[in-house]
Design a binder for this molecule. Sequence first.
Ligand code: XIL
Length: 332
Amino acid sequence: DIPSLKDVLAPDFTVGAAVTPAEITGDHADLLAKHFGSVTPGNAMKWDATEPTEGAFKYTDADAIVDFAAAHGIGVRGHTLVWYQQTPAWVFQDASGTTMTATPENKALLLSRMENHIKAVMGHFKGKLYAWDVVNEAIDETQSDGLRHSMWYQIAGPDYIADAFRTAHEADPDAELCINDYNTTVAAKRQALYNLVSSLRQQGVPVDCVGHQMHGNIDWPSASDTAATIEQFAGLGVDQQITEMDVSVYTDNTSSYSTIPAAALTKQAAEYKALFDVYRSHRDDISSVTVWGLADDNTWLDSFPINRLDAPLFFDRQLQAKAAYWSVVGDG
Ligand code: XIL
């Protein structure tokens, strides 16, 4: 019987996994309950799942995951309230079904929809989730203001971010509120996110936490870039969470294996160990580390950025522990 990942890592931080509703039954549920102290619904709390049409809220899948977690003493991270993807088109359309442009009326309409959504969804789960990714992927370091010029930004301007956090704090004052993004170990992106969080906190906006997605691969990111990122945000006094870690066996967007080479899995174990060593040595700054999936039989990387066989997680397609798992747990 192998050690429980969450027990091994408990002195350092909570360890979590993203799940789909199918993974809270059968052998997957057993794996989840044994090894993980936190769960993130991979899609079930996104806008297209919870409010597909205006005012018609649906929580069936999310409730099932939250109820499973409660029954097994597992914490829940909410993901996500305001994002530019997996958001229905109606959110950005005016009464005539036309995509909104930046007028004062449209800005007011969009922000009121956003506020309603945050209040309804956070209200529904109030007291059951320990953290929320309030705003996801708002950074674009190639823009002069460092912000992604998404539909949110184009219609409402940068104000939507502060408004989202203030609304979220009202809706559930006890939930930890995170801003979440990818590639935060890249210097320019890290700096743009730092500037935003720093300015929001100076204005008294309730941003409690920075979420680092940490989608990576067997060669990237480096431990030193990862440490530099954690250390820079530690200077702001925010909590940090690793929210969506996985380690692809591919280092480009085009190649594909029909069988994963053993050497790739060995490198993967080394990458997991290197990054978990950084997380553990920064345990005072990091409250949770979540991997983006339970086992290799269900990973978003099988269809992103192209369809191909990937194997980015701790457990294989038969739900058996991989070298990546042993590299983190320690093998003696
Ligand atoms: C992914 C899900 O895992 C997929 O099932 C879905 O098709 C697309 O989204 N960054 C995020 C997550 O913040 O919400 C994404 O999840 C992965 C990238």
